[in-house]
Design a protein around this ligand. Sequence first.
Ligand code: HSE
Length: 308
Amino acid sequence: MKVTVKVPATSANLGPGFDCLGIALPLYNEITVEETVMPGSGVEINIIDINDAYDVISIPKDENNLAYKAIELLYNFIGQTASDIKITIKTNIPVARGLGSSASVIVGGLVAANELLGKPADNAVLLSIAAEVEGHPDNVTPALFGGFCLSSFEDDGSVAYSKIEWPKNWKLTVLIPDYELDTKIARSVLPESISIQDAAFNIRKCSMIIDAVYRADSELMKKSMKDKLHQPYREKLINGFKELNELLQNKDDILGCVVSGAGPTILVISENDGFEKAESQIKQVFEDLNVKCDIRTYEIENEGTLVI
Ligand code: HSE
């Protein structure tokens, strides 16, 4: 028996919501989990890059694979040992670009294995295992449930989360550069502690984002998508981020320009034809920096992980 699931890409943080906010995008990885034919043959992991565009060679194909680690924890949860399974990952989500490719693999492995086992774990268990393997819940939550999600890793290991309806006319454009950025590196540049002023700044902005989304208030959203926790420190790793923020900060119908997850992808939120009007100038910023960039505009993905 085998189970295949499709899991959406995600963009985490949305500016001030570091390790807390995330949104799903309609771009999918497919993960298949099956029992191997030969008992005792151990774990087998195949990775297929359907675009032949990303560096999938660096993704582990042994027990260090994130999907396998998550599945192992699921088996532990039911008092069994994971063995003799085959995992096939068809990647369509760009790797190491800040679009939740690792979260999708973790969530996909878990949901598929859970189906294969007859659904012993509920969503709360799957989410807490996924967040444990990923280290933070902001990508795995929208990857599992779709939509715009708030999530909080609680002291007992559970994840508290909430999904808020995203305004239908707010578009999500991702500017995906042709280079990778390892999340570990992007987290290593963050300071151990920040000032109370910067913390208070982010609390204000993050609270405002929730209300802006809830009430589809574009003017409030424009004021909310600011951050002092992570973006100022990561700016030096992300070509064009500073220039794009300067370019877009006062443009009509552009609601925000933020680092997607840990980068290097940049997320621009817009309405009406705000993005289209700025597009040639945006492209020029990347051209001037000699960075190739894939620009894609999406609507929100609201379904999350599905068995197919
Ligand atoms: N919140 C995480 C970060 C997302 O910014 O490091 C990356 O996985």
